[in-house]
Design a protein around this ligand. Structure first.
Ligand code: PBG
Length: 332
């Protein structure tokens, strides 16, 4: 039997037909990344006059309130979906008092941004204590050095109220204490913020990829690590349990973090739930690409867009990424 020229089937599929021109590839692309899907994490630091560069995250800074306002306008201009805010106070203490102080840096920044931008960008408040505590843990610590779950919930409740009243559109608890979503939902409801949604960092792993963030947010644990509250990287089924629990407690949306090393988890969570699923492309993911690109080892822009596409393809609806504004411009 001879191979058929022209029309009839040659006995194999020609996948290349739909790849032959940029226009065909664009038309048939299954996954798209839109600027509106992207959320930019930002750091605002108390007591500085100028933005401070973060060595391990080239292009990322600790902002002053003023420089943050400018960056927020640029982000809105670029068409991204929102910002997630991290505050770095001048004074830290054992209970993280500055997290819920009305004049605490993150609450000041939220108020200014909300006044400036109204509802133009979604302002997400990361809710955790590690940037605010002198010991650097995400919760209160007992004299024996154990991170104490239940008393921490009262602190989170108070921080949620302060952030919502300062103008946060969304509260995003990232401390991985059990019961945190229920505690925050109750507090928001009791204080009149019934319409403020909770984006739960539901499946947050104890990851080596948070290293550069700890320089950016100055929140490294001063003893021990976060393995008693963040998830073990070995576990995937447990992510589904954490997500189900957070939804049962009242979460409106859930997050998987980090992103690229956990795409299997992103997919499983996205398949399992009917709420928005976001993924956080964390500081170490950013630093790896930046470092390789700085050495000329990879094509930086191509790699950035490929990672974002991969995270969306895995099933994340929203992506938190330090490249949000730059990627939005590339995507235009
Ligand atoms: C704090 C927090 C961390 C990140 C976001 N919120 C660090 C940590 O858990 O140690 C990491 C983000 C990043 O690496 O970009 N709860």
């Amino acid at each position: 039997m001879s191979a058929a020229p022209g029309g009839s089937s040659p006995g194999f599929a020609r996948g290349r037909r739909l790849r032959s021109t940029p226009a065909l590839r664009r038309l048939t692309a299954q996954t798209r990344v839109a600027p509106a899907d992207l959320v930019l994490p930002v750091f605002v630091k108390e007591g500085i006059d100028e933005p401070v560069a973060i060595g391990s995250m080239p292009g990322v800074v600790q902002h002053t309130v003023d420089s943050l306002r400018k960056a927020a306008h640029e982000a809105a201009e670029a068409g991204i979906g929102g910002l997630v805010l991290f505050g770095i106070p001048s004074e830290k203490d054992a209970v993280g008092s500055q997290a819920d102080a009305a004049d605490g840096i993150v609450n000041v920044a939220l108020r200014e941004l909300r006044a400036d931008l109204g509802d133009e960008l979604v302002l997400v408040a990361d809710l955790c204590l590690c940037e605010y505590t002198d010991h650097g843990h995400c919760g209160l610590v007992t004299p024996a050095g154990v991170v104490d779950n239940d008393p921490t919930l009262d602190r989170y409740a108070s921080v949620a109220i302060a952030q919502a009243q300062a103008g946060a559109h969304v509260i995003a608890p990232s401390g991985m204490m059990d019961g945190q979503v229920a505690a925050i939902r109750r507090a928001l409801d009791a204080s009149g913020s019934t319409e403020t949604p909770i984006l739960a960092y539901a499946a947050k792993y104890a990851s080596g990829f948070y290293g550069p963030f700890r320089e950016a947010a100055e929140g490294a644990p001063q003893f021990g690590d976060r393995s008693t509250y963040q998830m073990d990287p070995a576990n995937a089924d447990e992510a589904l349990r954490e997500v189900a629990q957070d939804l049962a407690e009242g979460a409106d949306a859930v997050m998987v973090k980090p992103a690229l090393p956990y795409l299997d988890v992103v997919t499983r969570v996205a398949d399992a739930v009917d709420v928005p699923v976001s993924a956080y492309q964390v500081s170490g993911e950013y630093a790896m690409v930046e470092a390789a690109a700085a050495n000329g080892w990879i094509d930086r822009e191509r790699a950035i867009l490929e990672t974002l596409t991969a995270i969306r393809r895995a099933g994340a609806g929203q992506v938190l990424t330090y490249w949000a504004v730059e990627a939005a411009r590339l995507l235009r």
